[in-house]
Design a protein around this ligand. Structure first.
Ligand SMILES: Cc1ncc(COP(=O)(O)O)c(C=O)c1O
Length: 367
């Protein structure tokens, strides 16, 4: 079988592997953009003694879809929602629906690696658009919509946009996305991946879900793995027109989301207090880390998510190893063509203090 020249996705380090390798008692995992907290309401549900684990889960969780539609707003209905085994699965359904060997897909440089993997699995040609290179811009290395438009050809069938984006942490205004979609042929499907949308401060902008009724070629994806703190459950969702959702459902296994994931998602999406507290912690530690970066003259990219990508220059792999040996796991970004950068997830205050202390000791001692 052909390997299709696919760069494998490498997830953040497994804690037990790192512990064994470096003989460490404690590890702080700041490599996969997980929420450091768990909703106590979700925990209470999981801690219940009895669950119907012997029975198949609901294959059509309409109540959960309705709840998601209601919480999302914009007068969406449950028919506009599809649930997935993580939002990754929805991204994959969209790639399978949109792409074949004769198509081109446009992916912004430094994007989430899964876009490229699932596109290549469809044998589509991957076209990479240029990043925003204005160094003074808060969108530095983020998505450049003009470059994307320049890359469109009659073969373009799909465009991936993450907003806010991983790993650059950058954000583009919804009005720009709206104008962009209006300006391109409606035969091109657009994904706006909003895995980190809930971290945006005081909803500085509406979600692209508000445009789903306007554009038939728009697909929005959301995740329960980030602010809702359910990464291990594997649950996310897609939002699009009723017709598109019906098409995506053809790719869905009957029981793609499990019992715990469905129940926990229904609890988590209603636990507004937990979301507000998670965001509050995120803002506090974000300020704390960026202040320390300023003091250390470390440059960093966008701060719209629950992680910060920072420049470590030619010593990035040395710093990565130093942090690892001291029990702090961050993410190297060579796979994202950001060799000089590392990405740190924003954990608890305590975790970030340890990260910063270790970072400072590197710059003070390893010179
Ligand atoms: C931009 C982006 N999209 C999607 C995902 C996938 O999230 P999920 O856990 O919902 O599959 C991630 C996870 O890191 C991400 O960073």
């Amino acid at each position: 079988m052909a390997t299709k020249n696919i760069t494998k996705y490498s997830p953040g380090f497994n804690i037990t592997d790192v512990q064994k390798k470096y003989n460490l008692k404690k590890i702080i995992k700041l490599s996969s953009n997980e929420n450091p907290f768990i909703s106590s309401k979700v925990e209470n549900y999981i801690n219940k003694i009895k669950h119907k684990i012997n029975l198949y889960p609901n294959s059509k969780p309409i109540d959960l879809q309705s709840l998601i539609a209601k919480e999302t707003g914009y007068r969406l209905s449950q028919k506009n929602i599809i649930l997935g085994n993580g939002s990754n699965e929805i991204l994959e359904f969209i790639a399978r629906l949109s792409l074949d060997r004769s198509s081109e897909v446009i992916i912004p440089k430094h994007s989430f690696l899964v876009y490229e993997i699932i596109s290549k699995l469809q044998d589509a040609k991957v076209v990479v658009s240029k990043p925003d290179l204005k160094i003074s811009s808060p969108n530095y290395l983020g998505i450049d919509l003009i470059s994307i438009r320049e890359k469109i050809t009659p073969k373009t069938k799909l465009i991936f946009l993450a907003n806010p984006a991983n790993p650059t942490g950058t954000f583009i205004k919804l009005s720009d996305i709206d104008a962009f979609i209006r300006s391109i042929p409606p035969s091109i499907n657009i994904v706006v991946d909003e895995a980190y949308y809930e971290y945006l401060d005081t909803k500085i902008d509406k979600s692209a879900a508000s445009l789903v009724k306007k554009y038939k070629n728009l697909f929005v994806t959301r995740s329960f793995s980030k602010i809702y703190g359910l990464a291990s459950m594997r649950i996310g969702y897609g939002i699009s027109s009723v017709k598109n959702i019906e098409k995506l459902k053809l790719y869905k296994q009957p029981f793609n989301t499990n019992l715990f994931a469905q129940e926990a998602a229904a609890i988590a999406i209603r636990d507004h207090k937990f979301v507000i507290e998670s965001k509050r912690n995120n803002n506090i530690v974000s300020e704390m880390v960026t202040k320390a970066f300023h003091d250390l003259s470390i440059r960093y990219l966008g701060t719209f998510c629950n992680f910060i990508t920072f420049e470590a220059g030619s010593r990035s792999s040395e710093l990565f190893k130093y942090l690892l040996k001291n029990g702090v796991v961050v993410r190297p970004l060579a796979n994202y063509k950001l060799e000089k950068y590392l990405r740190v997830t924003l954990g608890t205050k305590r975790e970030m203090n340890i990260f910063l202390k270790t970072l400072k000791s590197f710059y003070n001692n390893v010179k």
